[in-house]
Structure formats: C-alpha cells, structure tokens
Write a protein that binds this ligand. Structure first.
Ligand SMILES: O=C(O)CCC(=O)C(=O)O
Length: 283
C-alpha cells in the first residue's frame, strides 16, 4: 500500500504521478492481453496484511448493512452484497487508485477517466451462477469503450467456489450478447475461468462478456468489484456531486466531474445522434 500525496490533482498526468503509475506500469504483454483478450489477471496486488484488513472491513460493513436493511439480498439471491461507501477509507481508496489498475483503465478508456463505484459480492454456497453479460451499454461499431471492471479476489478464486467466467475477445462485440447466451446455464464454447489466488485483481474491459459462477464449496468467495468509466457512460454525471470530505487527492480527482468532462459528454451525445459516424478526434 502506498501513501498518496496531499496537493489537489488537476489532470491525468498528475494523477499518475501521485499514485506512482507511468507508461511502464503495464508490460507490453499486459497491454496486448487487454487489447486482444479484453482482460488481465494480476496476482499479488493485495498483500497479506491488506487482504486481512479488507476481509475484516467487508464483514463489518456487511453486518452493519444487514442490521439496517435486513438480509433481504442474500435471502432472495443467495449472494451477500456489500455497499461500500465512498467515505474516507484508505484501504478501499488504495484499491481503486491502484497504479496497475489505473494504468489498465487509461489503456482502455484513454485520458479522461473517472471512478464509478465499488461494491462487495459474496455468493453463498450453492449460489452465484449468473448469465453472461457485460457491464457497459451495448457498443455501436467503432464507438469508444466506456467501462473498465476490476474484481479483487479477497479469497482464492477456484473452479469449485465460483471463479468468474470470461469470454476472451468479446469486448469488441457490438450489441448485447444473444439471448440464449445470457441464460445462466448456457456454457459458451470460448469461456475461461479466472482461477486466481486471493490478492489478485482481474481487470477487464467492461464490455467483455463475463459472469459469476456457482459457489460449490462451503467457503465464502468474496470480491470487491470496482468500475471506472469514461464520459460517455450514462451514469457519468451522477458521480462528482457528493465527493466525501477527507478522501485523498487521487480519489477526489477520480470522483470529480469537471467542465471538460461535461463538454466531452456533449460530444458523446452528438456522436450517438450521428449514429456511429466518428468525429474528427477518432480518426
Ligand atoms: O463476482 C463475480 O465473479 C462476477 C460478478 C459479476 O459479474 C456481476 O455481479 O455483475
């Protein structure tokens, strides 16, 4: 875990400097994997102490959430969901501002990127099978990528306990996955399982077809899900209005929507209306 600098950050280069990322943070092979396969599995990003802190915080936040709201979510779906507030919490901030993650996000989305949210998920034994889906609105041919998802394994991800499945290369598809492909029991011939030790990050283009799978063990399979987004993402403008006091400069920058971003949103709206005719900046 790193300690972030304290001055306000005003652009992506300052963000990279503050978190300790640069153009060498991703290897050539990692960039190729993001481009061609649409994902990257990086072991060892969370060390033992950090993992233990995150697991304890996960359980505590879940207990508080269920005390206030009941156990509705887990009783209806069999999955424990943990809303993670954006209030100051260095152990979470260091996850979604991790240099490896931000380097991957920039590689996929380009220079204007923001943080969309963080959420905990734990499919209980016997539950968790999802249909293949993407985390982003369907793309049109040639339209930019809008979302990067990262899953941080707080427990080992194994075939038995429901490792995430991914369909390599599907991030370039346009439209939704076909209906049949979205059924939870459908096995895609190209799917692979993101088997990875606790402490790994599975970082993928949010347009990639993926899903949780059933936890057939008797143990938890906890993950932190983060999303980072580009200005065209419909939820983009709903962030930035409630940046909590006390978050570090990198987190604050990532949660703040500035004027430039607003202009880019307008650009994106125009682009959508032009039905896929790319503007000059995309030639
Ligand atoms: O937890 C996982 O393995 C993936 C979950 C997922 O894709 C989702 O909840 O949308």
């Amino acid at each position: 875990m790193k300690t972030q600098q304290t001055g306000a950050i005003t652009n992506i280069d300052e963000l990279f400097e503050a978190v300790g990322a640069n153009d060498k943070t991703l290897t050539r092979a990692e960039k190729d994997s993001l481009d061609r396969q649409g994902f990257l599995i990086v072991p060892g990003l969370l060390d033992k102490k950090w993992l233990e802190q995150l697991r304890a915080a996960f359980e505590q936040l879940l207990e508080e959430h269920e005390k206030e709201n009941g156990q509705h979510a887990r009783q209806t779906t069999g999955t424990r969901h943990v809303p993670i507030s954006l209030a100051p919490g260095q152990i979470f901030e260091d996850v979604y501002t991790h240099p490896k993650l931000l380097a991957a996000v920039r590689h996929i989305l380009g220079d204007d990127l923001r943080f969309g949210g963080i959420h905990g998920r734990d499919p209980l034994p016997g539950f968790g099978q999802q249909g293949l889906h993407s985390d982003a609105p369907p793309r049109q041919p040639g339209s930019p990528y809008l979302v990067v998802t990262s899953l941080w394994a707080l427990d080992d991800f194994t075939i038995k306990n429901g490792a995430t499945r991914l369909v390599p290369g599907t991030h370039t598809e346009t439209g939704l996955p076909p209906k049949e492909t979205r059924q939870p029991n459908y096995n895609h011939p190209g799917q692979i399982f993101a088997v990875a030790p606790a402490g790994s990050a599975i970082i993928f283009n949010g347009h990639l077809w993926h899903s949780g799978t059933q936890n057939n063990s008797q143990e938890p399979r906890r993950t932190l899900q983060c999303v980072h987004i580009a200005p065209g993402y419909p939820y983009y403008t709903s962030i930035g209005q409630n940046v909590p006091e006390g978050v570090g400069p990198a987190a604050r920058y990532l949660m703040t929507v500035n004027e430039i971003a607003e202009q880019q949103k307008e650009y994106w709206n125009n682009y959508q209306q032009a039905k896929g005719k790319p503007g000059k900046s995309e030639n």
